[in-house]
Ligand binder design. Sequence first.
Ligand SMILES: Cc1cc2nc3c(=O)[nH]c(=O)nc-3n(C[C@H](O)[C@H](O)[C@H](O)COP(=O)(O)OP(=O)(O)OC[C@H]3O[C@@H](n4cnc5c(N)ncnc54)[C@H](O)[C@@H]3O)c2cc1C
Length: 299
Amino acid sequence: MQTLFDSLKFEQNLHKDEVTRLEVYANGHLFKLFDSPVDKTLLKRIAIGTGVGVSEADLEVCDTFKDRLVRMTTLANERNCLLYVDAEQSYIQDAIASWGQQLTHQFNRGEKHIILNGYQCYLKRTTEAIKMEVAASKVLGYNIGIKLIRGAYMNEERKLAQEHGYESPIWDTLEHTHRCYNDSMLHILDNLTEDSMLLIASHNMDSVQLAKNKMLEVGIADSRVRFAQLKAFSDHITSQLALENFQVYKYLPYGPMEEVMPYLIRRGQESKQVVREQTFQNVFLKNEIKRRMNLFSKA
Ligand SMILES: Cc1cc2nc3c(=O)[nH]c(=O)nc-3n(C[C@H](O)[C@H](O)[C@H](O)COP(=O)(O)OP(=O)(O)OC[C@H]3O[C@@H](n4cnc5c(N)ncnc54)[C@H](O)[C@@H]3O)c2cc1C
């Protein structure tokens, strides 16, 4: 146990016998991807203590997954490809975040940002997590890689919390989520170093406008900040960003019907907000078609 706690300590910790919250946030990984993996017997004992069954077969699957993850990221690093890590439901997100974070510490070094981890701002804990991430990157000297999102599993999270009688991890109101998103975004932009990267994955016009204003204010006009919207969502935002020379992506999900349908259903649930913007979008699209026809007729 002592070795575990020692490994959590940052060099800069002035309170040598205390493990700070930041240290636990940045280094407290139960399942290590790289050096000194935790003894599997400890994992098994935790499983017994918490009543969650983990079999030998589970641990083997975990090991295989870990190897693939490291191999894949090593290859991406050699080829200088970015890997965007999706954020999922909170009951598996801790594991995803832990592994994503360890990959970040390893590969987002020097001039590179290979890993961009997803942070869901509908979660109450994200306000604190973003501050921790920014602070940890400074202490450990790695480059931030963040995909900032609001989150896509709100209904499921609330239902599970109600069924199992724990506090919902989701903010009580949409306004809280908006505040968490916008404040986190501004905090990241204020602290964005030369080699870090932020992906603003959102259809929210207010957040996008806020980001653009902040980028002008702090003088970021390069590819360190990128925007992304889903295909067929908020095309007016995407086009406007492109016209203004911001880096912007259109995200195109594809795959077998049975895998893509649940994804599209969740997008449909979220799209109420997008539908409200539809009238505006229709006017925008009409004007855009006219603009392109004019270009064509002039050629
Ligand atoms: C490129 C890209 C990648 C994405 N990757 C992921 C991913 O990895 N993981 C993931 O979970 N999602 C992902 N998403 C989806 C994303 O999290 C959002 O679900 C979606 O983009 C809608 O949020 P918005 O920022 O566009 O905001 P808006 O258009 O403002 O939508 C806000 C919506 O948030 C919901 N909402 C959030 N919090 C609350 C609350 N407290 N009370 C009530 N309603 C609330 C409501 O349904 C509301 O309509 C991604 C989206 C994009 C564009």
